[in-house]
Design a protein around this ligand. Structure first.
Ligand code: BDP
Length: 649
């Protein structure tokens, strides 16, 4: 790949970024569900695939691979969707590939969808990393920038004009990162011809996870009537035993539509209803949505049925059902309040990461992870370092697991990534994220970035804009970013609602010296609180432990060392949570893959579970602790296993 190719690729990315800024948010992004008026057809499964290995990665576009079946333009291999493509083959070039890859699948569309002109047919990709272009029967239908959010296109017209029921879906995906993408990255050409062949390049990033790529979440076809519910926004509050649900419904495809909203309890009883696209529903004897371990009946969800009836023409009706949890979130200078009661985050940081599938969505993995979190008494997690699949948020809603929802603003370390183009993309990203996740009761806070270079001069303006824009999109949740900067030099901290600090005492600082943790952690907390008087979450702490490696006295990389680090942190947390520390999130829930480097032994080993989800010694330590805290702060539980199993069945 010559440098002109990379520049062109970067240009293509940049143009797309700009066009997404103008195109974003014209429409809603409701999760596709079935209803009497809507059908969903999952077209994930086995797709075919080719990486464009031409030197400039541009052959696919030059030869218009989307115009004819992919197998006719060259060799193809099988590729599962959803999955990262990196670990599926035995080919290191595919694992480490940078540039365009091409996916294709032929599907049949039910004839009635095509024949009924009142049916809208939508193609939706849950996410594809990083930049995607979509064609149907050779016609471009959309493109999207950003690797962690869904995108979709109305393909009714294309299908009706092209070959009827047959639908050839082609998706080209490019994982090149630039200074303006989220996360940022750079392509570096190696010019020393004595060490590197001509055209040799690498992708540099400043984040600690493997840059998995491909179609990571399900691909769906779904229908709506032409006059359809485009978006729903709910906000909830309560006073005494009355719950209030304000709603706003947007309808597209008809100027004359009657909207009806009905709220039902879990037993199916209708508890409130209203006519019109905006309003407030009142629920007497409300059942609030409570976090797991904070209430004997957590995660109570009402069901809000919205129906839209077109009063003219064919009288079409569209129906969409949204789960609604009624709860409030507030922050004081020392507390995080859910439903006006102090909430203490005892939880984990996660990654979407597993053997073979990489970042591909996988139900067995999702359910296993929720079972493990509940087993260990975790009440919360942070979606480090990017938005997770919507299905995961739905699980959290249903199980009462509280979420800090993070955007992929990770590794913003280069001053050039604080410019106007980056900021515009970051603001758009937050708009897309809030639009997708605003209705989840489990989401209690937005995190706009992880460990940016927040001491660099542009960070002050950048984070002021970012935090205030996010607040203007959603005034019902606090906003933060995760810092690892020095309290005295952090320029964004004045703008956030909660201070989230990552620190690795006795690991990256003073390696081997666990005896210093107490002093250093106390100092950390007192400095931050002293300067800002805002509640603090220890948003990361931990140590690598290679499973099965032991030593006593503890040495770095053993299970004993990981335990000792945790214990020393916990001693300080137990003091400070009586004051202003409102949470602790271990780094990390499970071991995860990273790029290769001399400080990683086949990935990051700071998991308390292995990558295969088996517990290390640290998992048992945290389990004891989290259940003890739950017993002190929650409603009082009989201890451990029995509760976990019965609550899950
Ligand atoms: C933190 C980063 C996280 C890393 C972790 C580590 O936020 O992404 O994986 O360090 O080095 O600073 O384990």
């Amino acid at each position: 790949m010559g440098s002109s190719g990379a520049e062109r690729a970067a240009e293509r990315l940049l143009l797309a970024a700009l066009c997404s800024v103008c195109q974003a948010l014209q429409d809603g992004m409701l999760f596709p569900t079935e209803s009497p008026s809507r059908e969903v057809k999952d077209v994930s499964g086995l797709w075919i695939f080719r990486a464009d290995e031409s030197p400039e990665r541009s052959r696919g576009f030059e030869q218009q691979w989307y115009k004819s079946p992919l197998a006719e333009t060259g060799p193809v291999i099988d590729m599962p969707v959803p999955s990262s493509y990196n670990d599926i083959t035995q080919d290191a070039q595919i694992r480490d590939f940078i540039g365009w890859v091409w996916y294709e699948k032929d599907v049949w569309v039910p004839a009635r969808w095509i024949q009924d002109r009142g049916t809208r047919i939508v193609l939706r990709v849950g996410s594809a990393h990083y930049y995607s272009v979509l064609w149907v029967n050779g016609v471009k239908v959309t493109e999207h920038v950003g690797g962690h959010l869904p995108f979709e296109a109305d393909i009714s017209g294309v299908l009706r004009q092209t070959s009827g029921n047959q639908c050839r879906i082609t998706i080209a995906v490019n994982n090149t990162l630039t200074l303006e993408t989220l996360p940022p990255g750079t392509i570096q050409y190696m010019t020393d011809r004595s060490r590197y062949p001509a055209g040799y390049f690498v992708q540099n990033t400043n984040f600690d996870f493997f840059n998995y790529a491909g179609i990571h979440r399900p691909v769906l076809l779904y229908t709506t009537p032409k006059a359809h519910i485009d978006d729903i926004t709910v906000e909830t509050t309560f006073s005494d035993n009355i719950g209030l649900v304000s709603f706003n419904v947007s309808v597209l495809g008809s100027s004359k539509a009657a909207v009806k909203v009905t709220l039902s309890a879990q037993d199916g009883r209708c508890v409130a209803s209203a006519d019109g696209s905006r309003g407030v529903l009142k629920v007497t004897d409300v059942n609030l949505w409570w976090p797991y371990l904070m209430h004997e009946n957590p995660a109570y969800l009402y069901s809000m049925e919205v129906s839209v009836h077109r009063t003219s023409e064919d009288g079409q009706t569209d129906v969409y059902t949204l789960p609604v949890g009624i709860r409030t979130v507030k922050v004081t200078s020392t507390q995080f309040l859910i439903n006006n009661k102090p909430f203490y985050f005892h939880g984990v940081n996660k990654h979407e990461d597993a053997d073979i599938r990489g970042k591909g969505f996988d139900w067995p993995l999702v359910v296993k992870d929720f079972n493990l979190m509940k087993w260990m008494g975790a009440n919360s997690f942070r979606t480090s370092h990017y938005p997770y699949a919507e299905e995961i948020l739905q699980m959290a809603d249903r199980h009462g697991i509280v979420i800090i929802d993070e955007c992929p603003g990770v590794g913003i370390k280069d001053i050039r990534s604080f410019g106007n183009v980056s900021l515009a993309h970051h603001l758009t990203f937050m708009e897309e994220l809030v639009r997708r996740d605003k209705n989840h009761p489990s989401v209690v806070m937005w995190s706009v970035a992880n460990e940016p270079a927040s001491e660099m001069p542009p960070a002050g303006f950048y984070f002021k804009e970012l935090v205030s824009h996010t607040r203007s999109l959603d005034s019902s949740r606090p906003v933060t970013y995760i810092t690892a900067s020095n309290y005295a030099r952090d320029l964004g901290a004045p703008y956030v609602d909660v201070i989230c600090v990552n620190s690795y005492f006795s690991w990256y600082q003073d390696p081997g010296h666990t005896e210093l943790i107490g002093l250093q952690l106390n100092t950390q907390f007192d400095n931050w609180y002293g300067k800002y008087q805002k509640p603090i979450i220890q948003s990361e702490y931990g140590a690598d432990a290679v499973p099965g490696l032991h030593s006593d006295p503890p040495m770095m990389f053993t299970e004993e060392y990981q335990k000792t680090v945790l214990q020393n942190y916990h001693n300080v947390f137990d003091q400070k949570r009586k004051e202003f520390v409102i949470g602790e999130l271990i780094w990390n829930f499970a071991d995860f893959m990273t790029s290769q480097s001399i400080i990683r032994v086949v990935g990051n080993k700071k998991g308390i579970f292995t990558r295969q989800r088996q517990p290390k010694a640290g998992a048992f330590l945290l389990r004891e602790r989290y259940w003890r805290i739950a017993n002190e702060t929650g409603v009082g539980f009989t201890y451990l296993g029995h509760f976990c199993c019965t609550s899950l069945i």
